[in-house]
Design a protein around this ligand. Structure first.
Ligand SMILES: Nc1ncnc2c1ncn2[C@@H]1O[C@H](COP(=O)(O)OP(=O)(O)O)[C@@H](O)[C@H]1O
Ligand SMILES: [Mg+2]
Length: 614
């Protein structure tokens, strides 16, 4: 595990992953996000209105200054007969200052409202999106999780979804506001002096060309960056889960260098993005400065030209507006850049949202009525991957209340058979029924609510002992929890824990041995109290003395339920009503212990092997 991880390192590089056409990617992002944006349109519109007011106020202030310069200050400085009285000048300056103060206050107010409305809409947008992605993830079948590293999935749900937060501010806010600002400012510039406006527009086509170049070059880099984040997360997750193996084989250095390689590749893609933006932003700044310089030079020429009507005040306002012209172009550029980053995250989130559960309820699926407990396989074929057939023509009938044992060598297909009973996968051919109902025509929820499984690797969640036992039936009483623990032969060690049933287990709590974990998993299944009970090597890590005790307790609990037992110690299946001997995906023998021993086939030799090794 984990060792030699470098082999997988090259995956997801920018060279291998074809980028979607921009339009297609935008369409998919819109499709993904629209259901979450729609309920927030009110907030977006209010936020946009606030921005519009702020935008208008921004236009008023330079016009007030222009008026002050041309109509008040210039005549006062010039002197002469029509010069205003000093008192009038003071009053007019005071009026202008008061108007500007009013504008500043109003501006602050709308900016505050805007911030509150839009940011809270963004936050709730991300919350809902996160929930939706998580809900969809829970619906996906096991196959989805088996076919990709869990760290990459976590990175998509946590990182990429979070990265979409800014989308809300793009919609009403920035794109609309900046585009409108650009239009209005251009209009004002032409109104003030059309020739100078033309001069101011000279850098614009250059800016647009640059944006185009930037977007086509940087998009694949952004996607590669997100994918490499996913890779690093996946590797870390694998590393932390496998830390014991790493330590045991003294592979720390190897792991560090494997992770180092991945972190370096992430760094390299980041450097590519940094290099591109180091060219793009300064170039843009230069174009701004260049435009400004053109405007001032040509403007000065227009003012001093004989018979000119263009005033110093107008040039004053004009240069302020030129900044307001270039600023939204830069802002649009920034927004566009963010949008491209969001597209990369959006594509990754979409790959989850577009994943279809392989095992899905039929559109006319009905609820399985309270099960009696008959389980039948009829000519079932199954494969996990297209190349390798795993089950071939498996047929059997487990009558209600029977104990059916599955035995066979490791890798024979025993776990696969019980995976199909719980419908974790669908068979490729044949039929599986419970009480005569085809699994594919009933709902998964109603099927699974009749089944309790103790899987081969008894998984416990971080939490208390009692929470873990209660997992399938949270409303169970304290007494029921204790009874289940006693039946699973777990009560004794639980009571010896520092906080008894409330002791925390898992990463933040007490560490349990393999056998103890298995006993908790059995208690959990017993408490679930289901008609069909599946025990997959449920006592493989328990010592043989404890196993005998558990078997005795289980014998009572299996009464009235259909039970499937996979046991590695054949002594525990001697009393089964039916023993199915599985080999290479088919049932090669079936019968009771006595019948099978007679036959001197595979079962007989498995038994001999065990007696010999015991
Ligand atoms: N999730 C899986 N994906 C692909 N192959 C699998 C998967 N689980 C099991 N297999 C393969 O299917 C075969 C049967 O496995 P399994 O049913 O777990 O055997 P058993 O429980 O009898 O030891 C094995 O060859 C195993 O490698
Ligand atoms: Mg197995």
């Amino acid at each position: 595990m984990g060792r030699g991880g470098g082999r997988f390192g090259g995956r997801g590089g920018p060279e291998r992953k074809p980028t979607l056409p921009l339009k297609e990617s935008l369409k998919q992002l819109a499709h993904l996000l629209w259901p979450f944006i729609r309920p927030r349109l009110g907030a977006i519109i209010l936020g946009t209105l606030c921005l519009l007011v702020g935008l208008a106020l921004g236009k008023v202030v330079p016009l007030i200054s222009a008026w002050l310069v041309d109509n008040v200050l210039t005549p006062a400085v010039k002197g002469g007969s029509d010069a205003p009285e000093i008192g009038v000048v003071y009053r007019q300056v005071g009026v202008a200052a008061a108007a500007m103060l009013g504008c500043a206050l109003l501006s602050a107010l709308v900016s505050g409202v805007h911030n509150w409305v839009v940011r809270s809409a963004s936050a709730s947008f991300v919350r809902d999106l996160r929930m939706a992605v998580y809900r969809h993830l829970q619906r996906l079948s096991l196959h989805f999780f088996e076919s990709r590293p869990s760290g990459d999935v976590v990175s998509r749900v946590a990182g990429d979804v979070g990265g979409l937060e800014e989308v809300i501010t793009f919609v009403g806010d920035r794109l609309f506001n900046d585009a409108l600002n650009l239009l209005v400012t251009t209009g004002i510039l032409f109104w003030l002096e059309w020739r100078l406006a033309l001069v101011a527009l000279i850098p614009v086509p250059l800016l647009l060309l640059m944006m185009r170049w930037f977007s086509t070059t940087i998009r694949p880099v952004y996607r590669a960056t997100r994918d490499r984040y996913g890779e690093v997360h996946a590797k870390l997750q694998d590393n932390i889960s496998g830390i014991r193996v790493i330590k045991a084989f003294h592979a720390d250095e190897q792991e560090v260098s494997a992770v180092g390689g991945m972190v370096n590749r992430l760094f390299e893609t980041q450097v590519r993005a940094i290099r591109l933006s180091s060219v793009a932003w300064p170039l843009m700044g230069f174009l701004h400065g260049f435009g400004h310089l053109l405007v001032i030079s040509v403007g000065a020429f227009l003012i001093v030209r004989p018979g000119s009507t263009f005033t110093v005040g107008a040039l004053f306002a004009f240069t302020a507006f030129v900044m307001q012209l270039y600023h939204p172009i830069g802002a649009l550029f920034h927004t566009y850049n963010h949008l491209l980053q969001c597209l990369a995250s959006g594509e990754r989130v979409n790959e989850i949202m577009n994943a279809v559960p392989e095992v899905a309820d039929a559109s006319d699926a009905y609820e399985l009525p309270d099960a009696v407990g008959q389980v039948a396989f009829d000519g079932v074929n199954f494969r996990y991957t297209p190349e390798v057939p795993v089950l071939k023509g498996v047929s059997f009938v487990a009558q209600p209340g029977e104990v059916v044992a599955l035995v066979g060598r490791s890798g024979a297909g025993k776990t696969t058979i019980i995976n199909l009973i719980a419908r974790f996968y669908d068979p490729e051919a044949g039929r599986i029924t419970v009480d005569g109902h085809d699994l594919q025509s009933i709902t998964q929820a109603s099927l699974r609510s009749q089944i309790a499984v103790v899987p081969q690797d008894a998984f416990l969640f971080n939490g208390s002992v009692s929470e873990n036992i209660r997992y399938a039936r949270p409303e169970a009483s304290e007494e029921e929890v204790r009874a289940a623990a006693r039946a699973a032969y777990a009560a004794e060690f639980i009571e010896a824990l520092p906080d008894g049933y409330e002791s925390l287990i898992g990463e933040r709590g007490v560490k349990l041995s393999g056998g103890q974990r298995q006993r908790l998993a059995i208690a959990r299944a017993l408490l679930a109290d289901r008609k069909i009970l599946i025990l997959d090597e449920a006592t493989s890590m328990v010592d043989s003395h404890a196993e005998a005790e558990i078997q005795q307790a289980l014998a009572g609990l299996m009464r009235g339920r259909t039970s499937f037992v996979i046991a590695h110690r054949l002594s525990t299946v001697v009393h089964a009503d039916q023993i199915l001997v599985v080999d290479e995906g088919t049932i090669v023998e079936r019968g009771t212990h006595a019948e099978l021993i007679e036959r001197s086939g595979l079962y007989n030799s498995l038994c001999r092997e065990q007696i010999r090794s015991a």
